[in-house]
Design a protein around this ligand. Structure first.
Ligand code: PLP
Length: 395
């Protein structure tokens, strides 16, 4: 097929055509087990009947009306998010980057409103990933994503992840926000220490700064809780969500408190599509299923099984030296002999009928459906074993 898309993507050599649950079929009719979940998006697998129904029903009522009006669907979804989290208010947008952009703008204005204009510094972690807008690539701690787009926004300081002393040295009265991923996703599935998150909370409180948790990848049940920060008990001032929030229908959101939300007065920030009734109807149906205790417990159980199977495979084949993560967000670190070759194994897996991801160059990542069945899990592992054997024969 001729490619008419700009060359900033390097597409895999298959074309997916349809999918159901954790299985995908390509245009040649080949079937794949999907343990990638559309990069941690398809939390309820593909074409979940309740989401199809919600989309279908809403598509016959109201697609879009603009933020001149609110809708029942947006208010219902916001109420669910508020009733099950620390938050009092929600802002809707369309993606993870937009959610973080909103969070960072909210924090900047919050700091400016409470200072002579000097409380604007944002503290972020090295190797973090927060999206692809100019502000979010600048806040993200991976210069490879920002360096080509200079001049970049100013007032951003990066500190090493999980280093409490470095964070303590960096946060000051000039800080308006500290932004952290509770598990660094794109850079290799690295969980934050609970003590690090606690220290961040303490430092923000001490200096009147806002704590932002980027839960775009870790949120919506992926780690066995609705949001990953619940494992540590640390409560942020702003939390960003996207990816699994709409389970494949584009939607993002920030959750915040009544103390912070009024910083956004009418006209200060907005989005044409944010909170549109189609997206909110699907996300609302998804929320009910994800937030059910059975789903969260299943994610935890299946995560444990997948992790155990991956550890065994790593031991038997010698390709992985560590398996880490939480719930169904798992990263397998390549053994030293195969350092930075995760992408090769991911490509081989696809040839053997398995969709998995890399996270950085050295980690193979798994972010499957939270509803993953035993059958799909075992078949996925069987195909991964085959892929490892094929790959080892070739290297
Ligand atoms: N934040 C985190 C932690 C992410 O993992 C991602 C995407 O991978 C983003 C933000 C950006 O989300 P989006 O691609 O929807 O803009």
């Amino acid at each position: 097929m001729q490619n008419h898309i700009t060359p900033n993507f390097s597409f895999a050599p298959i074309i997916p055509e349809r999918a159901s649950g954790s299985r995908v079929w390509d245009t040649e009719g080949r079937e794949y087990v999907d343990l990638a979940g559309g990069i941690a998006v398809n939390a309820l697998g593909h074409c979940h009947p309740k989401l199809v129904q919600a989309l279908h029903e809403q598509s016959q009522k109201l697609w879009h009306i603009s933020n001149i009006y609110t809708t029942r669907q947006a208010q219902e979804l916001a109420a669910k998010l508020v009733n099950h989290t620390f938050a009092d208010k929600v802002f809707f947008c369309n993606s993870g980057a937009e959610a973080n952009e909103a969070a960072l703008k909210l924090a900047r204005k919050y700091g400016r409103d409470r200072s002579d204009g000097s409380k604007t510094e944002i503290i972020a972690c090295t190797n973090s990933f927060h999206g692809r807008t100019l502000f979010t690539v600048s806040v993200g701690g991976q210069p490879k994503y920002s360096k080509d787009f200079a001049p970049l926004p100013e007032g951003i300081t990066h500190v090493p992840f999980n280093d409490t002393a470095a964070l303590e040295a960096a946060v000051s009265e000039r800080t308006c926000a500290v932004i952290i991923e509770p598990i660094q996703g794109e850079s290799g599935i690295l969980p934050a220490d609970p003590a690090y998150l606690e220290a961040a909370r303490r430092l923000c409180d001490r200096h009147g700064a806002l704590l932002i948790f980027d839960e775009v990848q870790t949120g919506m049940g992926r780690t066995g809780k609705l949001f990953a920060c619940e494992h540590s008990g640390v409560v942020p001032d702003i939390l960003s969500s996207a990816k699994a929030l709409g389970c494949g229908f584009p939607i993002g959101a920030i959750l915040t408190t009544d103390a912070v939300a009024p910083t956004f007065s009418p006209g200060t920030h907005g989005s044409t599509f944010g909170g549109n009734p189609l997206a909110c109807a699907v996300a609302s149906a998804a929320f009910d299923i994800i937030n059910a205790p059975g789903t969260l417990a299943h994610a935890e159980t299946q995560g444990g099984k997948l992790r155990t199977a991956l550890e065994r495979l790593g031991r038997e084949t010698g390709v992985f030296k560590q398996v880490r993560g939480m719930g169904l967000l798992i990263g397998c670190v390549m053994a030293d002999a195969y350092g930075n070759r995760a992408g090769e194994l991911v490509s081989q897996a696809l040839k053997d009928g398995l969709m998995v991801l890399s996270a950085g160059a050295n980690v193979v990542r798994f972010a499957p459906s939270l509803l993953l069945s035993d059958e799909d899990l075992h078949e996925g592992i069987r195909r991964l074993k085959t892929a490892v054997q094929h790959w080892l024969q070739a290297v």
